[in-house]
Design a protein around this ligand. Structure first.
Ligand code: OOB
Length: 553
């Protein structure tokens, strides 16, 4: 039998020993694991509420209950042959079971692969195949979509996928998650728990390539990002974190997010919908103290807040990140919501920057913060990797105690995305202020940041090229007053192809089975693409053209 953990580990680049030693000696890596962290919090305060899931009849799980559930689910999964190092694709909406599943997998040493609820057949099949997943965990349905049908298709196509587990409704041909938990043997679990330096999970990259890349994170490094964030965001055991964004995304998971809140012994409240009519009553009822939003939602909230009948006075901190928050919008946060804005500029690969709660208001509204750790190394370089003087705009490279040294199972890509000495090329174009704060000025990666949702141009272009009438395609960003950016696809049709309308191209992409946010917002037919001096296609010129012709939405 293959050692699943050895396999997973062998594909995960890691920190050279001298760096690992340094991070341990500095106290960043504390030698904790997720399983141990939950067990300790449950022992310290078993009756304190850990997770509130207001959906349906509403559930309130204490730390003791979450810990017991994780243990019993781990035992049940182990009895079904899920072992340390197995990859398990988890695609759940904001429901309490998300934490039961994830902590059970952590306890087993199996590796969650965090899919988003928006992902569809193409993405899920890829995650299952590429990771060699043993299991896939879904909600029966959510947002009008039946995940059991998706699972049935994927299971037929990926023979290695042994289990599909379903929560929140009839499991259909699969097993209900609720039937899995079992009592662990009286003499303790039949497996060895993971160690702090072990891999904990695979997170998804926003990506700029044809397929999303996977990000291997360890217990040590991720837990540092949790407590480091907690210190900067004022999270302690009295905090109440409202999880508005999809729970599996790195921002609501760890900045400081649900896992940060659980690390602190605080309370997590799950928000089933991000709209003010759902979120505001929850803030009042649960006395929410902090939450995290992407800029488009922050705009909606600041517009809705002045007229709301709900009491939002418990809210101390609003984190906004995932995409650039305009200065103008940032200035509206304090007067409308009555709380401190904290800008977050982070990435699933690691580095997270926060404005500090005691930064001057000007810094809070005009910068994207500074790194969590004194050991986060920041370089701002020109196109040839030469360091630029402070204040000049260039490419952001970073290395540090919670930034990965390479993507999972992607050696060729790693050679491009990381420098020889281990700095990650973020693809972001930034400027450093004299106070060490970063200002995001743009992006060099071929990606569209659609209100925080990342769209890899190449991925969409590949789907467009699969259309029989399409000769060539280029996808670029165009401005959108609400999302910040939206996607515009420039398409050259084949000579002699039957006439086709833009809307048909969009429909075609939709039928390719991918997340709806990747469908181009606009399709423009052209005869040729603009070229650079050396004859390459100029995405810069296409972006300018899209910007000139974009209609306000
Ligand atoms: C977060 O993570 P990802 O992995 O979905 O996306 C990372 C990218 C960054 O490289 C940058 O291009 C963009 O998203 N980004 C921002 C930003 N925050 C993220 N661009 C401008 N301003 C910001 N404040 O998006 C993420 C992960 C953890 C915390 C927060 C966000």
């Amino acid at each position: 039998m293959t050692d699943q953990y050895a396999y997973a580990r062998s594909h995960a680049p890691t920190w050279p020993e001298e760096f690992a030693e340094r991070y341990r000696a500095a106290g960043w890596w504390r030698g904790e694991t997720f399983s141990g962290m939950l067990r300790e919090r449950a022992a310290a305060h078993p009756d304190r509420i850990a997770v509130v899931d207001p959906a349906g009849e509403g559930r309130r799980w204490t730390y003791g209950e979450l810990d017991r559930r994780a243990t019993r689910l781990a035992a049940g999964l182990h009895a079904r042959g899920i072992v340390r190092g197995d990859r398990v694709v988890v695609q759940l909406p904001n429901v309490a079971e998300f934490f039961e599943v994830v902590f059970a997998l952590f306890r087993l040493g199996a590796l969650p692969v965090f899919a988003l609820p928006a992902h569809r057949e193409t993405e899920i099949r890829y995650f299952c195949e590429f990771t060699g997943a043993a299991a896939y965990v879904i909600a029966a349905e959510h947002g009008g979509f039946d995940y059991r049908e998706l699972a049935a298709t994927v299971r037929d196509q990926v023979p290695g996928l042994r289990h599909v587990l379903v929560t929140g409704g009839d499991a259909g041909p699969f097993e209900a998650l609720a039937d899995v938990p079992a009592d662990p043997p009286a003499d303790g679990p039949a497996w060895a728990e993971p160690a702090p330096h072990d891999l904990a999970f695979l997170q998804l990259s926003g990506g700029s390539t044809g397929v999303p890349k996977l990000i291997p994170r360890t217990h040590d490094d991720y837990i540092y990002s949790l407590w480091g964030s907690n210190e900067l965001c004022g999270v302690d055991e009295n905090s109440v974190y409202l999880c508005v964004l999809p729970a599996a995304h790195n921002f609501p998971l760890s900045s400081p997010g649900t896992l940060g809140a659980l690390y602190a012994g605080a309370r997590v409240v799950l928000c089933p919908q991000p709209t003010p009519d759902v979120a505001f009553p929850l803030i009042e009822r649960e006395r929410v103290t902090l939450t995290g939003l992407v800029p488009p939602l922050a705009l909606v909230w600041t517009e809705a807040a002045p007229g709301t009948p709900y009491d939002l006075s418990s809210l101390d901190v609003l984190l906004v990140g995932g995409a650039k928050f305009s200065e103008e919008a940032a200035r509206r946060v304090r007067p409308t919501l009555g709380c401190t804005l904290q800008q977050v500029f982070g990435m699933a690969e690691g580095l997270v920057n926060y404005t500090r709660l005691d930064d001057p208001e000007e810094t809070i509204v005009t910068t994207q913060g500074r790194p969590i750790s004194p050991d986060d190394e920041i370089r701002v370089v020109d196109d040839e990797d030469n360091d630029l003087p402070v204040g000049e705009t260039g490419h952001l490279l970073t290395r540090g105690p919670y930034t990965i040294r390479g993507y999972w199972k992607a050696p060729e890509h790693n050679a491009r995305s990381f420098t020889a000495d281990g700095f990650y090329r973020t693809g972001d174009v930034v400027r450093l202020t004299p106070t060490g704060h970063l200002v995001v000025e743009g992006r060099a990666k071929d990606q569209i940041n659609r209100g925080g949702e990342k769209v890899a141009a190449e991925e969409v272009e590949n789907h467009l090229l699969a259309h029989p009438a399409v000769h060539d395609a280029n996808v670029v960003a165009e401005p959108d007053p609400y999302l910040g950016e939206r996607t515009c696809a420039y398409v050259i049709l084949r000579d002699g192809a039957a006439p086709v309308k833009p809307v048909e191209i969009k429909k075609f992409v939709r039928t390719r089975g991918l997340a709806a946010y990747k469908v181009p917002d606009r399709v423009v037919f052209v005869d040729a693409f603009p070229q650079t001096g050396v004859g390459k296609i100029s995405k810069k010129d296409l972006r300018s053209a899209a910007t000139r012709t974009a209609e306000p939405s």
